[in-house]
Design a protein around this ligand. Structure first.
Ligand SMILES: [Zn+2]
Length: 500
């Protein structure tokens, strides 16, 4: 029975965030060990859920070590990196022999001491396991894939959807390639190529016809007619990481047994297409003032379902601090009723609301505590509607079945706006962020979420209109030139003017 080591070590690092990603940040989202991992992930729509099923299907002895994931934020601390990477490394060394390794990664991890977190993890594992042990990794399509990752992994498989509703399929594709490797059918290796751009492919969106879906279709046709190509990954990259290799990439997994001489022409063809289409988008985020006008227009039109608004500049799923109140303040000033706003992360306000209790009215300084160039807090008088534990299970298409405990939350009311106040940061991509607090999003005229695209999977079908607003007040604003990159390779689109 083949023995396969499985682990997850994920992070999407926004290097402009002042918030270090430490072990507490992992514990707040997911930090599980050993037998707790299959108990938690079995039956979920995740890569690890797929690895577990593949283990049963292929008759593997799947050995679990650690599964770690943290909400996107600043650099991973050296302590957190060494602890989690060290756990995987120790298992590989101390529990051998192993026939293969399967890792759920993100691909955009930056640690305090190393810009290429995944490349460093793989270096440490290769130092223990040698060059020949098959290592299969899954990546988010917002991965910044480095040369070191491609050299050290045997198989790299990336998501093909954004919202990421194909986490399970991605894990299955990766595990099945490793199974074929263990059977001796293939001998896989990877290459990566990127162009002079940190932003293209419509940020990877697959919710409307556009460059991402067209490039994936092109990649599929090239794979189908090129013997020896096992998988082609189209990665949109993560532009809020100021590292040399940030940006879109093409990863080709090929079979060294098949005699394919060179993958470079395939990568070049796809990169040429990505470059040509770099300015095409399917969503054009609106600045705040135009966004408020669009909200008023949308509410004035009749229709079924809510008006759904993404506060895209402050998406915790990309490292936003989830405490920008620029859009919230504009909604309060506009006096709009029947609004659900999820969420503002503000531990001090949350504690004050818990102390005051439901029914109380109190003055708070809500959000805006991150300082720097960002808007300060809103001085508000709020009514505490409810206080509750923040535990729920995802019911939407993304990460369905995953249970999450975000700690206590409060709902506060200002005028006609119900605001979920949390003590921890999480992208609002599932109705559970409202329903755990007794709010049914379908009962509101306007629902605002701290997200930029993932919300579409679960909330989109409930909406009559969807708007994305980029207030500029947050760490995931699409105004990339405002961030001040200094380490990314130059010249690079869209930071520099480059000839077509
Ligand atoms: Zn992503």
């Amino acid at each position: 029975m083949p023995r396969v080591l499985a682990a997850a070590f994920k992070h999407e690092t926004n290097t402009f965030s002042p918030l270090p990603t430490d072990l507490a940040a992992y514990a707040a989202r997911c930090l599980r060990h050993g037998a707790d991992i299959p108990a938690y992930f079995q039956g979920t729509a995740t890569e690890m859920g797929a690895f577990i099923d593949a283990g049963h299907r292929h008759g593997w002895d799947l050995v679990h070590t650690v599964a770690a994931d943290a909400t996107p934020s600043g650099k991973v601390t050296r302590e957190a990196f060494d602890t989690i990477a060290g756990t995987i490394e120790a298992a590989l060394r101390d529990q051998r022999p192993f026939d293969a390794v399967l890792l759920c990664l993100h691909g955009a991890m930056v640690a305090e001491h190393v810009d290429d977190g995944e490349g460093e993890l793989l270096r440490r594992l290769r130092a223990v396991a040698g060059e020949h042990l098959p290592i299969g990794i899954t990546l988010d399509l917002h991965a910044n894939v480095t040369d070191a990752m491609a050299q050290r992994a045997s198989v790299i498989v990336s998501y093909r959807t954004y919202p990421h509703v194909d986490q399970y399929d991605t894990g299955k594709r990766c595990a099945d390639l490793i199974a074929r490797t263990l059977d001796g059918e293939i001998r896989p290796a990877c290459t990566v190529a990127r162009g002079p751009m940190i932003d293209a492919l419509d940020h990877g969106r697959t919710t409307a016809p556009g460059p991402m879906l067209e490039t994936l279709a092109h990649a599929d046709s090239l794979r189908a007619r090129t013997p020896g190509v096992l998988d082609i990954g189209i990665n949109a990259g993560f532009p809020w990481a100021d590292i040399d290799a940030a940006g879109p990439s093409v990863v080709i997994v090929y079979d060294r047994k098949a005699g394919l001489r060179d993958t470079a022409p395939i990568a070049a063809t796809l990169l040429e297409r990505i470059w040509r289409d770099r300015r095409r988008t399917t969503v054009q985020p609106l600045p705040l003032q135009a966004g408020m006008a669009a909200i008023a227009d949308a509410l004035a039109l009749p229709g079924d379902g809510m008006v759904l608004v993404a506060d895209g500049a402050d998406n915790p799923g990309g490292g936003g601090l989830e405490d920008s109140v620029a859009l919230l303040g504009a909604l309060i000033d506009a006096g709009i009723d029947r609004v659900a706003f999820g969420m503002i992360c503000d531990p001090a306000t949350l504690q004050a609301c818990i102390a005051a209790g439901p029914g109380a009215t109190l003055g708070v300084q809500l959000g805006g505590h991150s300082g720097g160039a960002f808007l300060g807090p809103l001085a508000l008088r709020v009514q505490v509607v409810s206080v509750q534990p923040g535990q729920f299970t995802f019911t939407g298409p993304m990460s369905r079945g995953i249970t999450l405990d975000i700690g206590p939350t409060a709902v506060v009311r200002v005028g006609g706006i119900d605001i979920v106040v949390a003590g921890t940061r999480h992208q609002v991509l599932d109705p559970g962020f409202f329903t755990h607090a007794g709010l049914d999003p379908a009962h509101y005229d306007l629902v605002v979420v701290k997200s930029s695209q993932h919300f579409r999977a679960a909330f989109g079908p409930m909406a009559r209109t969807i708007l994305v607003i980029d207030s500029g007040d947050g760490l995931t604003s699409f105004d990339l030139a405002a961030f001040g990159h200094t380490r990314v390779r130059r010249p690079v689109h869209p930071l520099d003017e480059l000839p077509d």
